[in-house]
Design a binder for this molecule. Sequence first.
Ligand code: ZN
Length: 501
Amino acid sequence: MTTIQPLLIYNTLSRTKELFSPLHEGRVGMYVCGPTVYGEAHLGHARPAITFDLLFRYLLHQGYKVRYVRNITDVGHLERDADEGEDKIAKKARLEQLEPMEVAQFYTNKFEDAMNALGCLPPSIEPRATGHIIEQEQLVSEILKNGYAYESHGSVYFDVEKYDKDHHYGILSGRSLENIKDASRELAGVGEKKNQADFALWKAAQPEHIMRWPSPWSDGFPGWHCECTAMGRKYLGNHFDIHGGGMDLIFPHHECEIAQAVASQGDQMVKYWMHNNMITIEGRKMGKSYNNFITLPQFFSGSHPLLSQAYTPMTIRFFILQAHYRSTVDFSNDALQAAEKGYQRLMDGWKKLQRLAEGQKVKGQPMVEMSVVDQLRARLYDAMNDDLNSPIVISNLFDVCRTVNTLCDKKASIKAETAQALIELFHTFAFDILGLTEDTASGNKAREEAFGKVVDMVLERRQQAKAEKNWALSDEIRDRLSALGFEVKDTKDGYSWTLTK
Ligand code: ZN
C-alpha cells in the first residue's frame, strides 16, 4: 500500500497552496455559498456545486466527518448590487403574482433536482436566509455595539473606513480601500451612506416592499452578506475550516463576510477560502444579454439554439471535472460532444474491466503486475492531494482503459487478484470520488441503435462465413465479439446476441 500524502489546497486568502489540517481532529466544517432562488439552475450553479462536491467526497473518502452547509438565498439579494434595486425574489413574485416563499420553494426544488441529476451529494444542512432573520439581527447588533456600523434612516451600514483603520478591508481580494473608493467614485455621495464603499447590514423596507421583518432599527430586511456570516457561525461555530464559492463572490460578498466576522467577534471565522473559476460559453461571459444563457434543464433536453443535441447530466459533470477547478472552462456544443465521447470511452473501459475480474492468461504475453496498480494508485492520490487535480485523475483513468484494451486484445495477461485491485481502484476514483455514475440513459438513442446495427452487420458476415464453411472466420468473429462483451448464440433461424456486463 502507498502512504497517503497530505492534502494541499489553494487558499485564496494566502494565495498559496496550504497543507490542509482541520481545526478539530477528524471533523471538517465546510460552508459554500448557494443559489439565489429566483430562476432555473444554470451552468454557473453547476460548477461550484460539482467543485465542492468533489472536495466533500474526497474528505469523506479520507475518513473525515464533514458538516457541509450550503445556504439558500431567499431574501436580500437585490438586483443591481447588494444595496440597491428590487429584491430578486420579490420582483419575480410580483410579476407572477405569487408569494415570495412560493417562488423560493419552486426554484429551490428545481435547483435540488438539477444537483441530484449532476450526482452532487446533498449537503448536511441547507439553511435559508429567511429562516435566520434573528441570527442576522444579532450579528448587526454586535457590529453596531463594536462601533463598526451606523444607523441611517432606519437602515444600518457597515463603516468600511472605520474598519479599515483597525483591520484591513480588502484582505481577501487583494484590494485597498483607496482602490475600492476610486472604483466607486462616480457613484459617491449617494443618499444614506457615509461612504459609497459602505455596505448595508440592514435595509429599511420601502412601503411597497413585501419581504419585511421587524427590527430595532426599522421594518426591513437583512443585507445580502449577513446571511452567510450568521448561518456559518450558527452551524459551524465561530471558527471553521473551509468557505467556498465562485470567484465572482470574492468581492464584495466574501470580503464583506470577513469584515462582518472580524467586526463582530474580533477575529476571522474561516481558515481556508476556496474559489472555483468561472464558466464562459463560446468564449463569452454567460448572460441573458448575450443570448447564451443556458439552464441545466435546457442542457438535459437539448432545447437551446446553441445546442445540437441533449447532453446527460453526467456529460456535464465529466466536462466540468476535465478542467481543474481554478481554470476557466469554456462551454460549446463541440466541446460537449468531445466530452460525451470521452465519458463514454471511460464507461466502456469500466465495463470491459469488470469482465476481466477472473484474470486472464494469454500464452507468451506479458503480465500486468500488481506494481502497476500500486503506481497508478499513488498517481491518483497525488493528483487529488495536489489541490484536487481532477483532470490528472481522469487522464490516469484513461491509462487504465488503454491497459484494459490491451488485455481485451489478448496482448497481455493479468492475475485475478491484480484485476480485482484495478477494479476497486477505478471504482473508488471514478464513482466514489469524481462522483460519476454509469449513465444508462446516454441521451443518444440514435447512437445506441446504430451500435446495434453494427453488431448485426458483423454477425451477418459471420453467417456468410458459416455458409462458406469458413469455420475459422466464424469462430474468430464470435470470440472477438465475446471479448467485447457480446454473447452470441446460434439459433434455429440464425443467431441472437446480448450485451452482457
Ligand atoms: Zn454567501
